[in-house]
Design a protein around this ligand. Structure first.
Ligand SMILES: *[C@@H]1O[C@H](CO)[C@@H](O)[C@H](O)[C@H]1NC(C)=O
Ligand SMILES: *[C@@H]1O[C@H](CO)[C@@H](O)[C@H](O)[C@H]1NC(C)=O
Ligand SMILES: *[C@@H]1O[C@H](CO)[C@@H](O)[C@H](O)[C@H]1NC(C)=O
Ligand SMILES: *[C@@H]1O[C@H](CO)[C@@H](O)[C@H](O)[C@H]1NC(C)=O
Ligand SMILES: *[C@@H]1O[C@H](CO)[C@@H](O)[C@H](O)[C@H]1NC(C)=O
Ligand SMILES: *[C@@H]1O[C@H](CO)[C@@H](O)[C@H](O)[C@H]1NC(C)=O
Ligand SMILES: *[C@@H]1O[C@H](CO)[C@@H](O)[C@H](O)[C@H]1NC(C)=O
Length: 920
């Protein structure tokens, strides 16, 4: 083979693109081929009638998708790919062909190109007769939903140059030895084809003499080491092995690749060790993508020699040490992503010379020091700046005019203050601004609110920004100004605002003047969090103007009066916080109209009356907190219909009667783990680039704390400090998922249910100060997660069952039971049983709680998503992971995913075109 020609690289760019142009001038197609096409059409389903031009009459060379040779009139190309991919789901569905592929295609002897991409052949196998279409140069079955084994007959297509089998479908190949028959193959895409059984994949593909593009992403490959230790990819330009299961070091053969390698993507594996210096031979490399691995060591200086680099993506590894100054030599660099490593030291000044740089991601590292004008001197193309969660200190003069015009600014937890950053005034194109927790202690200037009205997401929380914004009109879709020092009345909202998070400020005034304000009547607000302020007055009758609201938090203000009945007009309401105010009266029955309620927190008010039984009809209710009010009467039986309930807190009321025996019907608490059909949407609200999450104050293990993202894991029943009587219903022991059960301070009588040992999830149990009696069931010693127990001040008798479990609690757990004996009570004659190791203690969490949690990620990413994360379907898991990981880093990653995917798509072609110039 000769050295690659420009034509070859060109071909790479064009892939097997449609042969535009005059397929047939005045020619008439071959009768045999016309019949073959008609019989092919017969087998297909075509919901949008794309093939309507394929009729009994007429020149088949004029039919949609058919191209004939302009001299011989033979059909040479069939372009039947769905023009819409699944990003456009409605059109995709409408335009997808399906059905059966007729072997009549074999009559098209001169067919060089067959494109069936993005159709839906319903998990049938790829027809093996494709292997007999000897003229084929291009076969595109990308995302055509084939399943089963890739037929080895394809290996007979010795003229094939492009083979695309990527994306959906569930194809697999046990053996790729057939691929060596594809002598002419230049382009191979088997993304998401399961190759886990094929251990010799590397030998197989490296035998292809002309291969220049190889996509084997998400193929469940786990070993990159060739058995004969030698790999010869002479013409490889593009190598994509992302999202596989490699967990070894980057192999030596990577340096034996053609030195014309342009694109190397090994992201989303578990690769270990340092970046080998041998990779430095790839001087033409334009994209180096090693993100989301376990690579370590320092970022090598020699990267600065890869002068053609445009994309350097090392995010989410364990690189340490300083950011090499040599990166400042990469004058073509457009994207530098070093985020989420362990880098330290300063930001090298010469990165400020990278005049083509469009995106700089440095966040989630330990880099520090002062960043000033020089660090940005030549960055005139910068659009994305992400420095969040570093110790960088931004120190620029107040009249700095930056050379860039940023679109995404993520500088949470850097030090920007104490003065409000004046340079923002020069940035007219911002879409996202996150300067939360950045030490700003200043008044937000008036110009800022003008600027902000053009920004989609404004995140200022956790500073000490003050100012009266009563007359400001907010216009961003998300405004988060919580935990600052804003004062005065609440601001005006335009129709664009969907999230207003303004909690923990000193806003004051009458709530209804905000809710009833004329300007605010046309709002589309979905999330209103104005908790922890100084708002007063009653809940107005103006709720009908706020029909889009799904999440309301008015907790911890000075609100009073009764709940307005108009709140029942909020049909989409999913969560309602009114806790810690001065509300009185009944819960209005109109609230029962809010059919989507998932969370009701009326705690710590002065509500009276009975608990309304309509609540039982709210089958989506996850959290009901009525704690610390003056509710009286019985616990309604209808409560047992709350099949999604995970938090029931009725403590500190005047409830009487018995505990309903049907509690076993609370199915979300009965199951462990939580059943799939429980929806947690009420507890979180996602928007582009972020999320709003519910929080709830719960008293767990005697301690009041705020639960946010782990709320969905809490399963608690707290009925303590009421006047409940009767027995503890045996049925309660079927609540196998219940973690906390508090029944103290009531008038309960009888025994502890014999089966209590079944409640394997119980971590904390408080039955103190009742009139319970009898022996402690032996099964209690099976409660291995139990970390806290209080049975004090009852009438229990007999011996405390033996076993490490129950003895590990101190005597205070049992005191006040005159007839109870045995360790750990001192009236025992047995010796002290030592505390079990590694258990107990307030902070202990069950093991599954942390399982699957990637190091460094926030508490609360766990359980369900943890399992997903380790499933073999890596890409899916990764995105699931992004979505489930409710953390700041999510903002950064989402930002990147969106921006970056777009970027890579558009630049893939550009970069190849550029190299084509280089070669000429
Ligand atoms: C196959 O079709 C898809 C969808 O139209 C396209 O993105 C891809 O580049 C094509 N592959 C080849 C090798 O032409
Ligand atoms: C097709 O042929 C017509 C004349 O027959 C010509 O005007 C037109 O430019 C041609 N189109 C292409 C794409 O070659
Ligand atoms: C026939 O098609 C070839 C390319 O397929 C093109 O180069 C040639 O100009 C065309 N001839 C006519 C007469 O259109
Ligand atoms: C792969 O298939 C070929 C023929 O189809 C066979 O000779 C070879 O032994 C197979 N290899 C493995 C590893 O199964
Ligand atoms: C690599 O493959 C090419 C083309 O098949 C061949 O010309 C070359 O000699 C091989 N290199 C080695 C070191 O085997
Ligand atoms: C409320 O805001 C102040 C800063 O203004 C902060 O120090 C405090 O931690 C915040 N409290 C909560 C509960 O977020
Ligand atoms: C509830 O009402 C009582 C008197 O009825 C009053 O003493 C108490 O302060 C009120 N509590 C709250 C939280 O408003």
């Amino acid at each position: 083979m000769a050295t690659p020609t420009i034509a070859k690289v060109m071909a790479l760019v064009l892939v097997c693109a449609t042969a535009e142009g005059n397929s047939s001038l005045n020619g008439v197609c071959m009768e045999k081929e016309r019949r073959a096409l008609l019989s092919f059409k017969k087998g297909l389903t075509d919901p949008s009638n794309r093939l309507s031009s394929w009729s009994d009459q007429g020149d088949c060379c004029q039919w949609a998708g058919v191209h004939c040779d302009n001299i011989t009139h033979h059909v040479v190309e069939l372009h039947l790919g769905n023009p819409y991919d699944s990003g456009d789901i409605e059109f995709y569905k409408m335009f997808k062909l399906g059905g059966k592929i007729s072997p009549s295609l074999l009559e098209l002897e001169y067919l060089t190109s067959l494109d069936l991409s993005y159709n839906d052949f319903g998990a049938t196998t790829i027809p093996s007769f494709f292997g007999s279409m000897a003229s084929l140069k291009c076969l595109n079955l990308s995302a055509a939903t084939f399943a089963g084994e890739v037929p080895h007959q394809l290996g007979q297509l010795s003229r094939l140059r492009y083979l695309d089998l990527g994306y959906f479908g569930s194809l697999f190949a046990e053996n790729l030895s057939w691929i060596s028959g594809l002598h002419s193959l230049e382009y191979l895409d088997m993304t998401r084809v399961d190759l886990s059984k094929e251990v010799q994949w590397l030998q197989a593909v490296s035998k292809l003499p002309s291969l220049s593009t190889l996509h084997l992403s998400s193929c469940q490959l786990d070993n990159m080491h060739p058995s004969d230790n030698f790999v010869n990819f002479t013409f490889l330009r593009v190598l994509d092995l992302s999202d596989n299961l490699f967990s070894h070091e980057i192999p030596i053969w990577m340096s034996n690749l053609s030195t014309s390698l342009l694109y190397l993507d090994l992201s989303g594996n578990s690769l270990q060790g340092p970046i080998p210096s041998t990779l430095s031979v790839h001087r033409k490399l334009s994209s180096l993508i090693l993100s989301t691995n376990r690579l370590t060591g320092q970022i090598p200086d020699w990267l600065g020699q890869l002068r053609q680099l445009k994309h350097l993506i090392l995010q989410d590894n364990s690189f340490y040490g300083p950011i090499p100054r040599t990166l400042g030599n990469l004058s073509s660099l457009e994207l530098l992503d070093l985020e989420d490593n362990k880098l330290n030291g300063n930001l090298p000044k010469n990165l400020g010379l990278l005049s083509h740089l469009e995106a700089l991601f440095i966040g989630y590292n330990s880099v520090g020091g002062i960043v000033s004008e020089v660090n940005f001197a030549k960055l005139s193309n910068l659009k994305v700046l992400s420095l969040s969660s570093t110790s960088l200190i931004l120190n620029v003069s107040s009249n700095w005019i930056p050379p860039f015009e940023l679109e995404y600014i993520s500088m949470s937890s850097c030090k920007i203050g104490p003065k409000f950053p004046v340079w923002l005034q020069t940035q007219a194109s911002i879409k996202l601004l996150d300067i939360s927790q950045s030490g700003i202690s200043d008044t937000a200037p008036d110009w800022f609110w003008d600027l902000a009205s053009g920004i989609q997401l404004v995140e200022l929380s956790g500073n000490q920004i003050d100012g009266d914004i009563s007359e400001t009109l907010l216009n961003s879709s998300v405004v988060s100004i919580s935990s600052n020092r804003f004062k005065g009345q609440l601001p005006h909202l335009s129709r664009n605002v969907r999230v207003l998070s303004a909690g923990n400020n000193t806003f004051s005034g009458i709530l209804s003047s905000f809710l009833c304000r004329k300007l605010n009547r046309m709002n589309n607000l979905e999330v209103l969090d104005i908790s922890n302020n100084l708002l007063s007055g009653e809940l107005s009758e103006c709720w009908m103007y706020w029909q889009s609201l799904t999440h309301i938090n008015l907790g911890n203000n000075l609100l009073s009066g009764k709940i307005a009945t108009s709140i029942g007009s909020l049909a989409k309401l999913e969560s309602l916080h009114l806790q810690k105010n001065r509300f009185i009266g009944d819960v209005p029955s109109s609230l029962g109209n809010c059919r989507s309620l998932g969370l009701i927190d009326l705690g710590e008010n002065n509500f009276t009356g009975v608990i309304p039984s309509w609540i039982g009809g709210s089958t989506s209710l996850l959290v009901l907190r009525l704690r610390s009010n003056s509710f009286a009467g019985n616990i309604p039986k209808s409560f047992c219909q709350l099949s999604s309930l995970i938090v029931l807190d009725l403590a500190l009321n005047n409830l009487s009667g018995t505990i309903p025996i049907c509690l076993n019907e609370l199915s979300a608490m009965a199951q462990t783990p939580t059943p799939d059909d429980v929806h947690f949407e009420a507890l979180e609200y996602d928007y582009n680039y972020g999320y709003y999450e519910e929080n709830l104050v719960l008293v767990i293990k005697g301690r009041e704390s705020e639960y946010k993202r782990i709320l969905k894991l809490i399963k608690v029943i707290d009925l303590s400090t009421n006047n409940l009587s009767g027995m503890i219903p045996t049925e309660i022991t079927s609540l196998l998922g219940l973690r906390y059960l508090y029944l103290s301070n009531n008038q309960l009588v009888g025994n502890i249910p014999e089966n209590i040992g079944n409640m394997v999830s119980l971590e904390s149990l408080d039955l103190s100060r009742n009139h319970l009696s009898g022996k402690l069931p032996d099964g209690m010693s099976r409660l291995t997660f139990l970390a806290q127990l209080n049975l004090s001040y009852n009438f229990f008798s007999g011996r405390i069952p033996l076993g490490t479990q129950l003895q590990s609690f101190g005597a205070p757990s049992y005191i006040g039971n005159a007839n109870l004996r045995g360790a750990p009570l001192s009236n025992s004659c047995t010796t002290v049983v030592p505390k079990p190791v590694g258990k107990g203690g307030d902070e202990s969490k069950p093991l599954w709680f942390y399982s699957g949690m990637a190091p460094g990620f926030a508490v609360g990413f766990c359980g369900v998503c943890g399992v997903l994360f380790f499933k073999r379907d890596w890409r899916h898991a990764y995105f699931q992971f992004l979505c489930d990981m409710k953390d700041r880093i999510y903002v950064a990653i989402m930002l990147k995913v969106n921006w970056f995917c777009q970027k890579i798509k558009s630049s893939n072609n550009a970069q190849l075109k550029a190299s084509e110039r280089d070669l000429s």
